[in-house]
Design a protein around this ligand. Structure first.
Ligand SMILES: Cc1cc2nc3c(=O)[nH]c(=O)nc-3n(C[C@H](O)[C@H](O)[C@H](O)COP(=O)(O)OP(=O)(O)OC[C@H]3O[C@@H](n4cnc5c(N)ncnc54)[C@H](O)[C@@H]3O)c2cc1C
Length: 418
């Protein structure tokens, strides 16, 4: 068991030259076999391994990551955490996650910097306002507290937003979920890694899975990797934008398309925005990090890609829309831009549970919104792997829904374009 992080530990280390912190997790060597292998060292893979050990008492587990942990979308996202979805199935899933996030720093003994600064969604037309009212009604009846905001409420809450009569994107009002917020993305990956490692999970970086070993009747018995073959009884797949690549290796197809999604960070500013602000018409959103940078996101690139950089037309549209909405910030300089490869599903809802390959389970399809779902995604995939049965919250999100037609179409319902 690792030593606990605490104020006393910090003071002691400060007085003794920071000499005995120790590594946050071991650099494990691959063993010949494990009970369970999790492919993908992003938030969902690490959380799955942690909850397998913590909630189900399993110990002989490895997480295999082709690069470094958190180097995929988990370390590239804009960190918005919210549960303001339309359908009850989604509200229950994402609200579980927000509730777990609220306690995560204690659970993991790691400061994930979850800051519940709220999210304000802006309506730019009468029609947006009607959609917002319908949305707020559904969320409140699902037990997710949200409230409508008038134009004046928004002007007070977001002082730099152009709410004038001549604004390029006029502001009619909007709605807010107050318990939404942001967290530090790397810290979520590192916190789960440290906690999983202390429960005996082997975290193996620079270990790319290149194939699956299967019996003649199809059951998975191990994986081929860049560091040699590793046997196992069960495999959990949590590789986001690489899901179709791994599914192809295992011999089945997924209704997933991989796109680049870009993020932008400005030079640090004094505090100007103390909430997350999302614009319905432009699909853009902005928050301000604790370091002062404006963190901005928007739409997907227009074509499928595995290039983690993004294209110029989308960058221009996103930054142009932000400059129109916040004219006072239009001359702020940008420091960084990047993209991650997100796994987009036709109904914009995740896939959690068994696959057509016996012994192989999957967690994918979070698209542009899976950071907020890491604690829930890990909990639910771990439950299915450990018990062989879907958790009741995960059952509606099975892969079967694409054959039964029981889609949970958040793309249409809550205006999530992707
Ligand atoms: C720019 C951007 C902004 C976003 N903003 C938000 C947001 O504000 N809020 C939100 O909730 N979500 C957001 N998301 C989405 C969110 O980041 C993802 O849904 C979430 O991080 C997915 O986590 P994951 O663990 O499934 O995937 P990842 O973090 O991508 O991890 C998958 C891992 O699998 C590894 N892998 C792939 N192939 C192999 C292989 N063959 N062998 C071994 N390992 C492999 C990868 O290297 C990677 O580390 C955003 C995404 C992006 C790109």
């Amino acid at each position: 068991m690792k030593s606990r992080y605490s104020l006393w530990k910090l003071i002691k280390e400060g007085l003794t030259g920071h000499s005995s912190w120790g590594a946050a997790w071991r650099d494990a060597e691959p063993q010949p076999s494990y009970d369970t292998i999790i492919i993908g060292g992003g938030g969902h893979g690490l959380a799955t391994a942690y909850y397998l050990a913590k909630n189900h008492g399993l110990r002989n587990i490895a997480v295999l990551e082709k690069g470094w942990i958190g180097g995929g979308n988990t370390g590239r996202n804009t960190t918005v955490i919210r549960s303001n979805y339309y359908y009850p199935e989604s509200a229950r899933l994402y609200d579980l996650s927000v509730n777990l996030y609220e306690k995560l720093h204690k659970e993991l003994n790691y400061n994930v910097m979850f800051s519940q600064r709220g999210i304000v969604t802006i309506a730019h037309s009468r029609h947006d306002m009607e959609a917002a009212a319908r949305w707020v009604g559904a969320m409140n009846s699902n037990g997710v507290a949200t409230r409508m905001l008038s134009k004046d409420d928004i002007a007070r809450r977001v002082p730099f937003l152009d709410v004038s009569a001549t604004a390029r994107y006029p502001v009619y009002g909007g709605f807010a979920q107050e318990k939404a917020g942001t967290a530090r993305h790397d810290a979520v990956a590192w916190g789960y890694a440290r906690a999983a490692d202390s429960l005996g999970v082997d975290i193996i970086q620079n270990c790319e899975v290149t194939g699956f070993r299967r019996t003649s009747d199809g059951r998975v018995t191990g994986v081929e990797t860049s560091r040699g073959p590793i046997g196992c009884n069960k495999v959990g797949l949590a590789v986001a934008g690489s899901s179709t690549v791994l599914a192809n290796m295992a011999g089945f197809r997924l209704p997933v398309t991989s796109y680049a999604l870009q993020a932008f960070v400005s030079e640090p500013l004094k505090p100007v925005i103390d909430t997350v602000v999302l614009s319905l018409a432009t699909g853009t959103y902005v928050s301000q990090s604790d370091k002062g940078g404006l963190v901005i996101g928007g739409a997907l690139d227009h074509y499928p890609s595995y290039a983690q950089r993004g294209n110029m037309p989308v960058a221009r549209n996103v930054l142009g829309a932000i400059a129109e909405q916040y004219p006072a910030l239009a001359r702020v300089r940008f420091l960084r831009q990047w993209a991650g490869i997100v796994d987009v599903v036709p109904d914009s809802s995740p896939i959690i549970g068994r696959t057509p390959v016996p012994g192989l389970y999957i967690n994918c399809g979070w698209g542009t919104g899976g950071f907020k779902a890491i604690p829930a995604g890990g909990t639910l995939l771990a439950h299915h792997i450990a018990t062989g049965q879907p958790h009741r919250l995960a059952a509606p999100f099975s892969l079967d829904r694409f054959t039964t037609g029981a889609l949970i179409d958040e793309a249409a319902a809550s205006g999530i374009a992707h």
